[in-house]
Design a protein around this ligand. Structure first.
Ligand code: PLP
Length: 424
């Protein structure tokens, strides 16, 4: 290692998220306006949002219906906390609505500020459940290799992308986590046997791994996880932060894969990003002990000032209306088929190893000699936002209001860039 200290770079006061700063400073794109599926930057670009931001802008950007919902709510009640005796009517209404949409029957709904929050709550609640049951050894949280569950304490600790977990002085910020095979259910069974079901609180899984490279589940894998959980008294936490609210053409991907988890985390698509909101759907056998009419009934000691934020809830309610009014779930199914066909056309290219589509969610994995990050940079120059993911993969997950032509244009632009890269 060199003794010389490289010069310190400056840049905006705002510290970018998840960035290797020397690689991005001086070439960051600042968005100051958006409309539908397009964002506009301060240096005059109009870009097709081929990732819906961070998989969140599902109904499209800057919709007046959602702006009005926030405005009207703030003029009546910006929010009121939901600690102890207090509630606010909007959070109550949203929870009722979510209960009717939930793949888990008769759930209770915990509301907070985003996906990382939701993961922290779900993991805490899983551990709390077993402590309350007196099975105090059941503390380990298992997650899949390549998983992404946000970056709060639990999300960091259960990250299946190692770079998100290391550098904090211990193997994991929160003790007692471990990774399982992301696709081989027999290997998962072996890990569960090795650790011992008596030590395991929960297994957490995305239905389709997002940040890990857009990896749809191997046939039978998720059903296998569910079976292992049931047979071994392990809670199943399904992380629907990306897939919830329509991304797979179902309200929840659990419906697509026949899952009935104990806990479901959600965020992003519940407001299409118009307000920070996430939460957890909780199955009856987890919540009922906390609702028993007795002086020694336990308390789940979790909450935050913005839990059940009234304006965020009002926006979510209107966003759920829009999914219905605009018939966006059946539209996603059409878009999935179109995207699958279009991406399949790219597989003839030498640069492409594989394409994967599940829902309106696609990944293009490139050969080692073509760099996914360089491809996404070139696509910006052609007017399209995509994103490099683990495994030299390009992410495609546009808003649900995308037209057929826009899908074709996006894939044609990828084809153009790959052809230029192959020629280098
Ligand atoms: N879980 C999954 C599957 C995610 O993809 C993300 C974010 O991308 C999170 C959790 C974290 O959500 P948030 O960024 O809202 O904290």
């Amino acid at each position: 290692m060199s003794n010389e200290n490289p010069p310190v770079l400056t840049g905006p006061a705002l510290w970018s998220a998840q960035a290797h700063l020397p690689s991005v400073l001086g070439r960051q794109l600042t968005v100051d306006r958006a409309e539908g599926s397009y964002v506009f930057t301060t240096d005059g670009r109009r870009l097709f949002d081929g990732t819906a931001g961070l998989w969140h802008a599902n109904v499209g950007h800057s919709r007046p219906e959602l702006a009005d919902a926030a405005h009207e709510q703030m003029r009546r009640l910006e929010t009121y906390h939901i600690f102890g005796r207090y509630l606010n009517d909007r959070a109550v209404e949203l929870a009722e609505r979510l209960a009717t949409l939930s793949p888990v029957d008769d759930p209770k709904v915990i509301l907070n500020s985003g996906g990382s929050d939701a993961i922290d709550v779900a993991c805490k609640l899983a551990r709390r459940h077993w402590q309350r049951e007196g099975r105090t050894g059941k503390t380990v949280i298992l997650s899949r290799e390549f998983a992404y569950h946000g970056l709060h304490a639990y999300g960091t600790s259960i990250a299946g992308l190692d770079f998100n977990r290391v550098g904090y002085g211990t193997e994991s910020l929160v003790p007692e986590t471990a990774r399982v095979s992301p696709h081989d259910i027999e290997a998962v069974e072996r890990t569960v046997r090795d650790i011992g079901p008596e030590n395991i609180a929960a297994i957490v899984s995305e239905p389709i791994q997002g940040t890990g490279g857009v990896n749809p589940p191997a046939p039978g894998y998720l059903e296998g996880l569910q079976r292992i959980c049931r047979q071994n008294d392990i809670l199943l936490i399904v992380d629907e932060v990306i897939t919830g609210f329509g991304r797979t053409g179902h309200m929840f991907a659990c419906e697509r894969y026949g899952l009935r988890p104990d806990l479901i985390t959600f965020a992003k698509g519940i407001t299409s990003g118009y307000a920070p909101l996430g939460g957890v759907l909780v199955a009856p056998h987890i919540w009922q002990p906390f609702y028993r009419d007795s002086s020694d009934t336990p308390v789940f000691r979790h909450g935050a000032t913005y839990a059940g934020h009234a304006t965020a809830s009002a926006v979510a309610l209107r966003n759920l209306d829009l999914l219905e009014e605009d018939k966006l779930l059946p539209r996603v199914t059409e878009l999935e088929q179109l995207l699958a066909r279009e991406l399949n056309g790219l597989t003839a290219r030498a640069a492409v190893v594989e394409t994967r589509v599940a829902g309106f969610l696609g990944g293009i994995t490139l050969t080692d000699d073509i760099n996914a990050e360089a491809v996404t940079d070139e696509l910006v120059e052609l007017g399209f936002i995509t994103r490099p993911l683990r495994g030299n993969t390009v992410q495609i997950s546009p808003p649900f209001i995308t037209t057929d032509d826009e899908v074709r244009q996006l894939v044609a632009a990828v084809d153009t860039v790959l052809s230029a890269q192959e020629a280098k």
